[in-house]
Write a protein that binds this ligand. Structure first.
Ligand SMILES: *[C@@H]1O[C@H](CO)[C@@H](O)[C@H](O)[C@H]1NC(C)=O
Ligand SMILES: *[C@@H]1O[C@H](CO)[C@@H](O)[C@H](O)[C@H]1NC(C)=O
Ligand SMILES: *[C@@H]1O[C@H](CO)[C@@H](O)[C@H](O)[C@H]1NC(C)=O
Ligand SMILES: *[C@@H]1O[C@H](CO)[C@@H](O)[C@H](O)[C@H]1NC(C)=O
Ligand SMILES: *[C@@H]1O[C@H](CO)[C@@H](O)[C@H](O)[C@H]1NC(C)=O
Ligand SMILES: *[C@@H]1O[C@H](CO)[C@@H](O)[C@H](O)[C@H]1NC(C)=O
Length: 483
């Protein structure tokens, strides 16, 4: 991690020198205390999910490229500053990659269009490189697509371990990230509008064939390689952020405690392990999803603990965090519009408080805006998740939040001293650690002084032990190393 941090600092300096006034690559600030660009010292994200962008770019749905341009302009007008979408298609029969291993050239240009239109509108982009979910049973860029390409792979979960599947995934990621956009002429990995990539959306184990170790090993194997393809852009995992039982947060902050009713809980079965998955050096920032209705945890206590828990553990590995997907489902399980707008208020308030206090959570994205023009019965979309532009969540929470975020760093010109100004790296990192320590162990009554002793562990040691993260967990959970 320390080497990784140094590299990032050099990259940040390099980006300023090389890119001139227009380009604004986003970097992770030294010490992981946030995101910066050459015109904004403290970048925060007001993000939304879009859908079927590649198909719309190819003219198949969504009003084509003009429909995308209209949507992206409306997003900017509402002060949203970042859009997250798939770098592939999800409509039935619209597969970016063909079983031959070749590409559908029309859809590749559709991806070019989507990226160019979002960039033109002034949005930053988070691109998802693959997805756990095969909505049609035949979609490319899914686990099964890659295992089907490999002669040695069996079921979809061999995606995590099979050499052929991993090689095919990496070859595709290399092709995409080095592709020169036919609309704006920029190589994807030289386009400052593309802020970051998700390795895979909500990657999970879907069978007992797969373990948390498989997913951890996969991240450790592919992330450093992908990072070499995108040296000026950022990388994250793209998962929901569940914990395994070796992390005490599994019992208190997963949607259900482990072994409830005598069986291994579903969050554990996903094989995700937030802390060790994101501790991998090549992962630049942490990201989580939050779907309270889907997870049957609509209580405020859960959402609050979910955000605080991940924030605390992001502090430990010194990486900023994004809640890249927040989703509610109005009308499901007695969950009303009022329930939804209340939860929106809570979750956005926690995010904004984190942004304003220099704490890890630096952005939030909602699922799914009604300005996203979907194909009829769009695959992968639950209409209950759609946020109407006349709903209280939109009018009272999302738009005012986005406006305040926009005021921190004007779209043009140098950063106008956003408040609070970032402090020195060491002091900022220490403040994060102290905040985390206070939340975790309120009984230890830490001194409010900035000179209070830092917790007695060394991040450098911890970060060099990816996969052996018990020490970190012990600190987080206040357990002794012997337990
Ligand atoms: C992906 O790139 C490799 C070279 O890195 C090339 O051999 C392959 O043909 C490309 N795939 C497609 C479908 O263009
Ligand atoms: C490629 O994409 C275009 C546009 O979406 C579609 O019409 C065509 O059928 C696709 N071709 C193949 C071979 O999948
Ligand atoms: C993978 O292969 C199986 C068996 O041939 C097929 O049913 C499935 O549709 C394929 N999946 C994808 C995503 O190509
Ligand atoms: C489990 O792994 C074996 C060995 O790779 C494979 O043959 C089998 O198809 C896998 N099953 C599933 C459901 O992924
Ligand atoms: C909706 O809000 C009401 C009033 O606060 C609460 O009693 C109820 O449990 C909430 N419903 C759900 C599904 O969270
Ligand atoms: C979801 O909404 C879309 C767009 O309004 C509509 O075309 C579709 O029929 C709806 N799907 C369901 C299952 O209601």
């Amino acid at each position: 991690m320390m080497t990784g941090l140094k590299t990032l600092c050099l990259l940040a300096v390099g980006a300023v020198v090389l890119s001139g006034a227009q380009a604004q690559f986003i970097s992770v600030a030294p010490g992981g205390s946030g995101f910066t660009s050459d015109t904004c010292e403290n970048v925060a994200l007001a993000l939304y999910q879009s859908w079927e962008c590649v198909e719309a770019g190819a003219g198949v749905t969504g009003g084509g490229p003009n429909g995308l341009a209209t949507q992206f302009a409306a997003a900017r007008k509402a002060n949203l500053n970042t859009v997250r979408f798939n770098a592939f298609a999800t409509m039935e029969g619209q597969n970016l990659q063909l079983p031959s291993g070749r590409y559908n050239a029309t859809l590749l240009v559709g991806l070019d269009q989507a990226i160019a239109e979002a960039a033109d509108a002034g949005l930053k982009i988070i691109l998802t490189l693959a997805t756990n979910w095969d909505y049609t049973g035949t979609a490319s860029d899914t686990k099964a697509f890659y295992t089907n390409l490999s002669r040695t792979a069996g079921g979809p979960d061999d995606f995590w371990t099979d050499n052929g599947a991993i090689t095919a995934y990496l070859a595709h990621v290399k092709n995409i990230t080095s592709r020169v956009n036919t609309v704006n002429g920029l190589a994807y990995n030289e386009d400052p509008a593309i802020m970051a990539y998700d390795l895979i959306n909500e990657g999970r184990c879907d069978s007992s064939n797969c373990t948390a170790t498989d997913i951890q090993n996969w991240i450790e194997r592919v992330a450093p390689v992908v990072k070499t393809y995108i040296p000026r852009q950022l990388l994250t995992v793209g998962q929901e952020g569940f914990w395994q039982a070796d992390n005490c947060a599994a019992n208190t902050q997963n949607p259900v405690p482990n072994n409830e009713g005598g069986s291994v809980s579903w969050p554990i079965q996903t094989g995700q392990n937030f802390l060790s998955n994101h501790a991998v050096d090549a992962i630049d920032f942490t990201s989580v999803h939050l779907a309270p209705v889907n997870w049957a945890r609509t209580d405020n206590v859960f959402s609050t603990a979910w955000l605080n828990g991940h924030s605390d553990q992001s502090t430990i590995i010194q990486k900023p965090m994004i809640l890249e997907l927040f989703s509610t489902q109005i009308g499901a399980d007695g969950f009303t519009q009022t329930n939804s707008s209340n939860l929106y208020k809570l979750v956005y308030a926690i995010t904004e408080a984190s942004i304003n206090t220099d704490s890890p959570i630096r952005g939030i994205g909602f699922q799914l805006w009604d300005k996203v023009r979907l194909s009829p019965n769009a695959a992968g979309v639950d209409n209950k998740t759609i946020v109407s532009s006349t709903s209280p969540a939109w009018e009272d929470t999302i738009v005012p939040f986005a406006g305040r975020i926009a005021n921190r760093c004007p779209a043009s010109g140098p950063a106008s001293a956003p408040a609070p100004a970032p402090s020195s790296t060491a002091a900022s990192a220490r403040r994060h650690l102290l905040q985390a320590a206070r939340r975790i162990a309120p009984s230890t009554t830490p001194s409010a002084s900035a000179d209070a002793p830092a917790p007695s562990y060394n991040p450098a040691t911890i970060n060099s032990q990816v996969g052996k993260h018990l020490e970190v967990v012990c600190v987080v959970c206040g357990m002794s190393a012997a337990t």
